[in-house]
Design a protein around this ligand. Structure first.
Ligand SMILES: *Cc1c(COP(=O)(O)O)cnc(C)c1O
Length: 490
């Protein structure tokens, strides 16, 4: 498959190179340019295990990676707390797709369990002998999942930057206690948008190859700007659909709606790719917290990031510049790169852009939008727990609440699947408050007590954090990030 940038014809790449480099050299994102989507035989995936679906979906997009069976097995078999990796649960009038059974208790594990293998495979195939240095900006969950995935992987190193004071206590501990000789994390004074923008700038800068150490080290990304991060996320849309068929809830061909708690627009974009591959996806409901820039965009066609950046109960969705929206713009514009480049330039220079009305109508055919304040999020966690005995994390609760709004307006004719993106134990403070439990000063006592009161076990990886030493305590300024990375190369 041939990949090209969303912004220009510079830097076309095959899948191996697109994964290895992470981002196109012109600052754009890689997109497939010659994919025969209609030839994908999705029906033959029904009833198949997660691993087999993964092998087929990955094989379609990463067609020059050779046999992927072993890679898929190494990444998934026995490494998730559920044998079928992403189980689907019926809760009330809808379905919850649990994506948080991986080693770090967030959906990011699904992609980041396999990305290191793909990266190493790509490096070998391309004869790249330099060390691969992964740079990652995180709003909380990507950081830990990437650190875990790349920890002690030969030939790689990883540096994670997260917004200082912008992640939950557990998320921070997950990153600062990470073990491994090739890992590092640092807090950056600023919000996630600042951190993500700076990391992208560093990629653009280093793509030219004029840094000390360019002969020894090459940079890549574990963020969802990397196509190797995005593609594994397509898999669970097929798995969920297959499970609904297996349960006798639908027949192959019947449409299903999905609601996706959204930040950087990667997870939901994977749903669009599933649809392009033929999966009968009805609506994709984009759920936002109070940082509702995507809600406004879907409803009005105006993307305007000029608004206060709010800290919420769902910190992994505290984002105003959703990087993967660039890929959606490119698709809506039928691959018009000049158009996409112009919109992205307007976004970075003026902080706002608008798409023409026919394009917005096209967008609204597949996407709907919902949003939830912290108040609505907490009310939702409490209500769903009381009514169904099911514990939502705040991100998933934003999704549930958005799905409520959608179902109220559109009725419940099609099955609705809500993607559950994190374990409630990662955010036990907000979750405890929501179900009427008192605040406990000790995070771990809070987790244990939450487990006792709800009967849901604390994920092992989270309970273990209590006894791990903190290894990383650096807090740096945005302008220090480049130097920090270069220092680390020595
Ligand atoms: C990253 C994250 C999201 C948002 O996913 P995007 O792909 O960035 O839209 C939602 N919920 C949780 C728990 C996350 O970690």
């Amino acid at each position: 498959m041939r990949y090209g940038s969303t912004r220009s014809n510079i830097g076309r790449a095959d899948a191996l190179r697109a994964v290895l480099t992470g981002m196109a050299p012109d600052g754009g994102l890689y997109m497939p340019e010659d994919a025969a989507y209609s030839e994908f035989d999705w029906k033959s995936l029904m009833g198949k295990p997660f691993q087999e679906i993964a092998e087929r979906v990955l094989g379609f997009f990463l067609d020059d990676f050779g046999d992927l069976r072993e890679t898929v097995d190494a990444a998934y078999t026995g490494r998730f707390g559920s044998a079928d990796v992403t189980p689907l649960r019926e809760v009330g009038d809808r379905y919850v797709l649990e994506l948080f059974h991986g080693p770090t208790s967030a959906f990011k594990d699904v992609a980041l369990s396999i990305l290191p293998y793909l990266m190493v495979k790509a490096a070998r195939a391309l004869g790249e002998t330099r060390r691969i240095m992964i740079l990652t900006a995180t709003s909380g969950d990507t950081g830990k999942a990437a650190l875990q995935g790349f920890s002690d992987v030969p030939g790689t190193g990883i540096t994670v930057f997260y917004p200082y004071g912008g992640v939950s206590r557990v998320q921070e501990l997950q990153m600062t206690t990470q073990q491994g000789g090739n890992v590092r994390s640092a807090a950056v004074r600023g919000n996630f948008d600042d951190v993500q923008r700076t990391v992208k700038e560093i990629f653009e800068q280093t793509a030219k190859g004029d840094y000390a150490g360019a002969d020894r080290v090459v940079f890549s990304s574990a963020n969802s700007i990397n196509i190797g991060r995005l593609v594994p996320q397509i898999v669970y849309y097929f798995k969920a659909y297959s499970d609904l068929v297996g349960l006798g809830k639908i027949l192959p061909g019947d449409p299903v709606d999905f609601t996706v708690p959204t930040g950087n627009f990667g997870d939901i974009l994977a749903g669009l790719f599933a649809k392009m591959l033929g999966l009968p996806v009805g609506k994709l409901v984009c759920a936002s917290n109070a940082n509702d820039v995507l809600f406004d965009f879907i409803n009005t066609g105006v993307y305007d990031r000029r608004r206060p950046f709010l800290k919420t109960d769902s910190p992994s969705m505290d984002i105003l510049v959703a990087s993967n929206l660039e890929r959606l713009i490119y698709l809506l514009a039928d691959g018009d790169k000049a158009f996409t480049a112009e919109k992205m330039r307007a976004l970075s220079e003026q902080g706002v852009y608008e798409i023409p009305e026919p394009m917005r109508e096209k967008l609204a055919k597949t996407f709907a939008a919902g949003r939830a304040t912290d108040e609505a999020t907490e009310e939702t966690i409490g209500r769903v727990f009381r009514e169904y005995g099911y514990l939502l994390d705040p991100h998933t609760a934003v999704g549930w609440s958005a799905a409520d709004g959608y179902l109220r307006e559109n009725g419940n004719a099609r099955p609705m699947v809500v993607l559950a993106t994190a374990s409630p134990f990662k955010f036990s403070g907000a979750v405890r408050r929501s179900i009427g439990l008192p605040e406990l000063p000790d995070e771990f006592a809070g987790m244990r007590d939450l487990s006792e009161k709800t009967g849901v076990p604390v994920p092992e990886g989270l309970a273990a954090l209590k006894s791990l030493p903190v290894r990383f305590t650096d807090v740096i300024g945005r302008e220090e990030m480049y130097g920090y990375i270069m220092e680390h190369l020595k």
